[in-house]
Design a protein around this ligand. Structure first.
Ligand SMILES: NC(=O)c1ccc[n+]([C@@H]2O[C@H](COP(=O)([O-])OP(=O)(O)OC[C@H]3O[C@@H](n4cnc5c(N)ncnc54)[C@H](OP(=O)(O)O)[C@@H]3O)[C@@H](O)[C@H]2O)c1
Length: 274
């Protein structure tokens, strides 16, 4: 069964010991999509699992209410706390990382499994094709419902498609307004029904948050510039991520879904910086 994809993802990077409590709080606040990674350097995936377990125990949500997304991260993106045997071949590393993720998250499947980043910044390599094949096998075995790739360029995506592998269901990228909010990659995704997940929508775009146009729109809809950016992201078809640690910001980020922006405002923000 294909899981329903939520309209916002709560990101769990960089939270360390606060990960369990913040994950639980995000669920209590209304988030139903959780993004993590089996990369201890930036994420505490077992802590996400602790937060989920606390929310299940308290009757806030059940596993079936949730969209859980995690990632496979190459050796180069990890520190010494590896979720696999680095001397094993890549397919085995994917299987070991997945088994470890399922244990961390206390589940028998994730809703989305994402390749954290390709092996090279320059193009889709044989290693990537091997990892992707292993991820497809994980999905075939029922341990993942949908697959995605992250930190990819248009070139990666075009080469991946040319290699004949299955298309991803998700692309997760840092979204820079100065690149037309990743316009080229979003267009590629739009043509293929790939859902574009945008992260760093606020931190990558300070010039947008301080722009008079965004301030004017925020005043008109009685919202903050951050909320306007998240609403804009939805309006152009993105699935936004927020990793806020602030309870008020959690509420504001979810409430942004109800803001009414005009088509003209959306177009103006889209071409604001690039
Ligand atoms: N695939 C990848 O390689 C990759 C890389 C980076 C991130 N991610 C994912 O994306 C998630 C989000 O990361 P991010 O890079 O977007 O950064 P982030 O961790 O979400 O940081 C966003 C910043 O914006 C602030 N913020 C959030 N909502 C706000 C609001 N309503 N008003 C004002 N400030 C607000 C936060 O401050 P407060 O905490 O004070 O609210 C924080 O300083 C991560 O947790 C992770 O899951 C993936």
């Amino acid at each position: 069964m294909r899981p329903a994809v939520p309209d916002f993802l709560y990101g769990t990077a960089w939270k360390e010991d606060r990960t369990p409590a913040l994950t639980e709080l995000a669920l209590r606040t209304g988030f139903r999509g959780i993004d993590t990674a089996n990369q201890r350097r930036h994420y505490f995936e077992a802590g996400v699992g602790q937060g989920l377990a606390a929310a299940y125990r308290a009757g806030v949500v059940t596993r079936d209410d949730l969209f859980l997304q995690t990632k496979f991260t190459y050796r180069g993106g990890q520190d010494h706390r590896l979720p696999y045997d680095p001397s094993a071949d890549l397919s085995t590393q994917v299987a070991q990382s997945m088994a470890s993720s399922l244990e961390h998250l206390g589940t028998d499947h994730v809703d989305s499994y994402v390749l954290h980043g390709p092996a090279s910044g320059h193009g889709w390599t044989d290693d990537d094709a091997e990892v992707w094949e292993a991820m497809v096998k994980e999905r075939a075995a029922g341990r993942a419902r949908l697959l995605g790739v992250s930190n990819v360029s248009l070139r990666h995506l075009a080469q991946m498609a040319a290699a004949g592998g299955e298309a991803p269901a998700f692309v997760q990228n840092r979204c820079f307004a100065r690149l037309g909010w990743d316009r080229a990659v979003r267009a590629f995704c739009g043509e293929r029904s790939i859902v574009y997940q945008g992260f760093s929508l606020l931190t990558a775009n300070p010039e947008v948050l301080h722009h008079p146009l965004v301030a004017r729109i925020a005043a008109r809809v009685t919202a903050t510039p951050a909320q306007v950016v998240f609403r804009f992201a939805r309006a152009v078809g993105m699935l936004p991520l927020t990793g806020t640690s602030d309870p008020e910001h959690m509420k504001q980020d979810l409430a942004s879904r109800d803001l009414a922006l005009s088509g003209e405002e959306v177009r103006a923000i889209e071409s604001l910086a690039g």
